[in-house]
Design a binder for this molecule. Sequence first.
Ligand SMILES: *Cc1c(COP(=O)(O)O)cnc(C)c1O
Ligand code: SF4
Length: 453
Amino acid sequence: MGVQKEIKELEVAKLPELQHRNFRNDEFWKKIPGWANVSRAEFSDHKWQTKNSIRKIDQCKKVLGKLLKEEIYQDMLEGQKITPMNIRITPYIFALIDWEDAANDPLRKQFLPLGSQFLEDHPFYREDSLSEDDDSPVPMITHRYPDKVLFLPTSICPVYCSYCTRSRLIGGSTESVEKETYGANQKNWEAAFDYLMKMPLIEDVVISGGDSYMLTPAQIEHIGESLLKIPHIRRIRFATKGIAIFPQKILTDDAWVMALKKVHRLGLSFGKQVVVHTHFSCPREITKWSQMAMDRLYQIGILVRNQAVLQAGVNDKVEDMVLLTRQLSYMNIQPYYVYQHDMVPGCEHFRTTLREAVEIEKAVRGTTAGFNTPTFVCDLPGGGGKRHVASYEYYDEENGISVWRAPYVKPNEHFLYFDPIHKLSKEAQERWADPKKQQEMIDAAVKASGVQS
Ligand SMILES: *Cc1c(COP(=O)(O)O)cnc(C)c1O
Ligand code: SF4
């Protein structure tokens, strides 16, 4: 009986529609020459993961030895001259990279950019594409919507994504960008708490950054208590990419998890929500560890939602996005948003057209429960906020120009999003090469949209 049941489960697991129930649990890190002798217990330890995180290209060479092809090594060194982000990658993610095919690997793409894969930035890219700094009344707060704010208590992270939308401040200066990165410092948060206290309309605080993984247990508690004690604040969300790129911390850093649990309990006692928002990008990041970490958070009672960014070569295939959605759902993570890529520097190779986002959203919708179907949004350049990808006023697909409105957030303005030029027709690419024609195309699109401002 037992054997038969096992066989049945094995057969079921092979069905393509049930691929999302397979969580790899092999000792994949042992393929990396430098970690061949690292035991499962060591690899599971959050301190080991932090200590062995990769911070320099030379370290890649050290642990990979012959597995790192010389041309990839040279290309990664070139990448460092261009990228706005420093390198930091956990051994967990580093070991999940398929180094045999490093050029095409979706994890390598996200954290270890190749010089040869960068494209020229779009003429309308901005360092602060979402105009967060314009909507910042006090340091570390972005207040754009009436009842919700972003609070950025730190600007460091456990990994650095080469496509970070806040590359202007996250993760320290690089060869190409000077930054005023800050670590978590309790003293500097008082002004933010004071501001929130004085703003009775605010009910919702996103604690982002930077990454909540970098806050100490005491800081998690301090932020949680300070915010929950403000009467009008009803909901707080701790944002961390951690569950995706470093699940070992959830499993072995008990003090950190207990701090989160304590804040969650305090929230419950006040009748308020304390949730976690995370950031899985593609199925390849998901293993048995992800599932075990989620089991722990779920058993504490913490709701986790996911926000991914749509990226060429990472998750822009329908089957990958469907699989990701199902895997997340299976682990009790609610797929919340998929973002159209922001128009920030060093990301042109990652961006998709708006049309691609609309088509992928169409294909994903219907594959699973509606509440587990992510909303595809475009966070409008210039600060219009997040809008559903199909809710543009006008879309000139030939020239890659979409025109948008944000009736509540900024009623008297219009906003523009631009598709990556390399994905347009040859003729359109030629038009974009001419600054005079750029303006003509934009004026024509705005006129056709009927938006006045
Ligand atoms: C994304 C964002 C929020 C949170 O928005 P939700 O749509 O509720 O997730 C709040 N403030 C700013 C400035 C944001 O960019
Ligand atoms: S974890 Fe988030 S804030 Fe940190 S580098 Fe990645 S995208 Fe940026």
